[in-house]
Design a protein around this ligand. Structure first.
Ligand code: CTP
Ligand code: CA
Length: 228
């Protein structure tokens, strides 16, 4: 019966999911962060788990309870997430990078709380963090699938297509985070999914649970094709 098939499609597959935002420390009482709630990644993890996959959820700090049955690997910084992803990806069948990874971090972390001075302005020197998906692309085997997200505020398809190619992804889930109800923090999302050989799929504005199921549906279609 179809319910049985649905629940076991991914049995025996190990999928790594990242979720939430990473944080970069400035001093003992301050950090750089972003608006990610973790909801999209947690919902994808749950959807994969319902299909029978073994799910490793590598998560930045969130207010969410991990879905029952998934293995949580908590991280804080982009460097910690980078190392955890590379370790877990090695013997996995795929990766979904739903995390909002901080793009920059302070060059120096102050050991003591930074004090105000007489100056009216102050600036913080930042350096780029490692691109986790680009590191994954270097070790990716042909039977492994990688899914990335693209958070955009303009030129959605062009920017997302560029990420599909530059990060060697099988699927990119693009959302226009400037639209109401889309992307960071809410319970709904609207996405356009791009893959290598298929026309783009644009969804309606839907609950994140429904979006997660559509993403997993695409992954199910991609997995057997490349494990033949
Ligand atoms: N990503 C990553 N490592 C980073 C930054 C992002 O692996 N250091 C991943 C995200 O998890 C996401 C994808 O790359 O799956 C795209 O993230 P996004 O922020 O949209 O794009 P960037 O490549 O960071 O470029 P920009 O923010 O300038 O658009
Ligand atoms: Ca980014």
């Amino acid at each position: 019966c179809s319910a049985f098939q649905t629940s076991t499609t991914l049995a025996g597959k190990k999928i790594v999911v990242t979720a939430g935002g990473t944080r970069e420390r400035i001093d003992p009482v301050r950090f750089l962060a972003n608006d990610s709630s973790g909801k999209m990644g947690y919902t994808v993890a749950q959807s994969l788990q319902k299909r029978g996959a073994t799910v490793i959820l590598i998560s930045g700090p969130t207010n969410l309870t991990p879905p029952v049955g998934v293995q949580l690997v908590p991280v804080k910084t982009s460097a910690q997430m980078h190392d955890a992803v590379l370790e877990q990806f090695a013997n996995s069948d795929g990766l979904v990078m739903a995390a909002a990874v901080t793009d920059f971090r302070p060059v120096q972390v102050a050991a003591q709380k930074i004090k105000k001075t007489a100056a009216a302005k102050w600036s913080l020197e930042l350096e780029k963090t490692p691109d986790i998906l680009k590191s994954v692309a270097k070790i990716k085997q042909s039977q492994q699938i990688t899914v990335g997200f693209a958070a955009e505020t303009q030129n959605l398809q062009v920017n997302a297509q560029h990420k599909l190619v530059s990060k060697q992804l099988d699927l990119v889930v693009a959302n226009d985070v400037s639209q109401p109800g889309v992307g960071f923090n809410g319970d709904t999302n609207q996405v356009t999914m791009l893959s290598q050989n298929q026309p783009p799929i644009t969804t309606e504005l839907l609950p994140k649970t429904a979006i997660a199921d559509l993403i997993v549906e695409q992954m199910v279609q991609l997995l057997p094709k490349i494990s033949l």
